[in-house]
Design a protein around this ligand. Structure first.
Ligand SMILES: [Zn+2]
Length: 274
């Protein structure tokens, strides 16, 4: 990935997406920002215990770096996909932002320039999609529940239906998310994947002995989402996977799983330049 130092932020770009002239995107690290420990520094979540004023300032840092207003649907840890667009010509960006905040979805897509699709992540893998032919962007929230519900392929199907996007045209970026080195799960998680054939086929579980010698089950959230995208028709050379585990890279990212009691979320944005 390509590193970028911004004003009060340090973020990463997927290499293939960075070459697209009309695209804005960024995977923000926790470096920079205004949050005090243990949320230091660029925490974008107002709901995990940080001072909400700090989180709002940090969101403003992200918006400024991207040059786009930030739009977020309400995450439900499901697999619904929503279209982000003005309800009428008279609707302002602020009105749309307030409306979307009430819209339950774990993936957003838009063909409207000038909007930054945005969420905070802390182990769940972000999935960024760009169709350079139809000029459509999407952001999906690939946690274990999203992955178990095939959120990536569902987003690609929704882009095809709504905008005529073809999977082979898409540029995709996945991660950072939590990987099998850090993410122990129980059998309920594997059973949930098993209920969705595409998710079960692409899932990357690992079984190994834990510290007390018991066999335990681990999940690679990033790789599971990435393999689903390939199964849905994304070409391997157009898929880029972030080489970080959020559990391991504590200096760069937040991790709900590893620092459960006091931690933030790192911001991810994709949008079409205005
Ligand atoms: Zn790890």
């Amino acid at each position: 990935m390509i590193e970028r130092q911004g004003d009060a932020c340090f973020y990463l770009l997927y290499e293939h997406l960075s070459a697209e002239a009309n695209l804005r995107h960024g995977v923000f690290t926790r470096k920079g920002g205004h949050s005090a420990p243990p949320f230091d520094g660029l925490n974008v979540a107002q709901t995990t215990g940080d001072d909400p004023a700090s989180a709002r300032r940090n969101q403003a840092v992200v918006a400024r770096a991207m040059g786009l207003p930030l739009i977020s649907a309400r995450i439900m840890h499901g697999n619904a996909v929503c279209v982000v667009e003005r309800a009428s010509a008279a609707e302002s960006v602020e009105q749309m932002r307030d409306r979307l905040r009430q819209t339950p979805a774990d993936a957003m897509m838009t063909a409207e320039p000038g909007l930054g699709l945005f969420w905070g992540f802390g182990d769940c893998a972000p999935i960024l999609l760009y169709d350079p032919r139809q000029h459509v962007v999407a952001l999906a929230h690939g946690g274990w529940r999203g992955a178990a519900g095939a959120i990536g392929p569902r987003t690609i199907a929704a882009m095809a239906e709504r905008f005529g996007s073809r999977p082979a045209d898409l540029l995709a970026g996945v991660g950072p998310g939590i990987q099998a080195c850090c993410y122990r799960v129980d059998e309920h998680v594997r059973a949930t994947f098993a209920a969705e054939p595409l998710a079960a086929e692409a899932a990357v579980f690992e079984q190994r002995a834990d510290a007390d010698g018991q066999t335990a089950l681990y999940l690679d959230v990033t790789a599971s989402n990435a393999r689903q995208l390939l199964a849905a028709g994304v070409r391997p050379e157009r898929l880029e996977v972030a080489p970080y585990c959020t559990g391991c890279a504590a200096d760069l990212f937040y991790s709900h799983r590893m620092r459960r009691h006091a931690d933030g979320r790192f911001g991810v944005v994709i949008g079409l330049a205005a």
